[in-house]
Ligand binder design. Structure first.
Ligand code: RIB
Ligand code: CA
Length: 307
């Protein structure tokens, strides 16, 4: 039985890699994709998401999520993803995909209520959509199978000294999600920055037949160049690692902690996440290590499964 997933993305180059990994994974059924503002503005993340899903040939619906954070002023990460948010590939006119009328948060709530206990929500951008859904549907924590997010860091940030981008882009939303009591898995920079794409591996993946592998490689060329320009080393596979966790969690080791977020906008550590020992309920599963050769086998498999 395939696992039903909803992907909430701020497409972005590594979000695109996550979409390709999920679309080609035999274990997953993507029931919806929701594009939200984050790396770049909502208009661009919607366009990028539609183009990537069109490339995969999937007919799953794409919805527009939140255009801005709950409270703070928007921040973007175009320096890693380019002006369009997906610099590199050039897309033609779409023939399958067009944006759904329904807003993404309503769609998320509707689908989770239609499939109680069956849907895993994978969120790899700011957690604004999830926060809105939790406020509008208080039963959401008991209706989802699991929520898996790329958010936070316990060892220094990538957008400020202390804060990781997705948490920093909407700290109040992150605080709502982490304290919701939902079955939550949090992949932080501590693990995602340890999975990187080398030039040798990219050149191997580029040899895979098909437009999906071509677009993936063009996205990763840009991602690699931007990392090199910032002297950040090889590009880090933040978002696809969250999809890999849902494909097979047995390939990961993990701990169970409480997680808090600094939501004081006057604080220099605004958006910083911290973990605390479990003192009863409210634990968040935090993957701490992964079988990296297996991860790359999954990426290769998905690209070979896609047109
Ligand atoms: O900090 C990494 C996260 O921020 C990733 O989800 C990347 O796409 C950006 O959104
Ligand atoms: Ca992202």
């Amino acid at each position: 039985m395939k696992q039903k997933v909803i992907l909430d993305v701020d497409t972005g180059l590594d979000d695109a890699a996550a979409l390709f990994l999920a679309a080609g994974a035999e274990e997953l059924e993507i029931v919806a994709v929701i594009a939200t503002a984050g790396n770049v503005g909502l208009d661009k993340t919607v366009e990028n998401t539609l183009n990537v899903i069109e490339t995969t040939g999937l007919s799953c619906p794409v919805f527009a999520g939140s255009a801005k954070p709950l409270i703070r002023q928007p921040v973007e990460a175009g320096d890693f993803h380019g002006e369009s948010g997906l610099d590199g590939p050039v897309f033609g006119k779409r023939v399958i995909q067009e944006l759904q009328e329904e807003d993404g948060v309503s769609a998320m709530i509707r689908l989770v209520k239609r499939h109680p206990g069956e849907i895993t929500i994978i969120s790899v951008g700011p957690l604004t959509d999830l926060a809105h859904a939790l406020r509008r549907e208080p039963a959401l924590p008991s209706l989802v199978k699991e929520i898996v997010v790329m958010s936070g860091s316990f060892s220094g940030g990538n957008v400020t000294k202390d804060a990781e981008f997705n948490a920093y882009a909407d700290p109040e939303a992150a605080a709502i999600v982490f304290s919701s009591g939902a079955p939550l898995v949090m992949l932080t920079l501590d693990i995602t920055r340890t999975v990187t794409l080398s030039r040798e591996r990219l050149d191997f993946l580029r040899t895979i037949e098909g437009r999906s592998a071509e677009v993936f490689s063009q996205c990763m060329d840009t991602y690699m160049a931007n990392y090199e320009a910032k002297k950040f080393g090889w590009p880090q596979m933040h978002d696809p690692l969250c999809v890999a966790y849902v494909i097979d969690r047995s390939r990961f080791s993990a701990e169970d902690r409480r997680v808090v977020v600094d939501i004081d906008p006057a604080s220099p550590s605004y958006g910083m996440t911290s973990r605390e020992a479990i003192d009863g309920e409210g634990g968040v599963i935090i993957p701490t290590d992964v079988d990296r050769p297996w991860f790359w086998e999954m990426v290769e498999r998905s690209l070979r499964n896609l047109p």
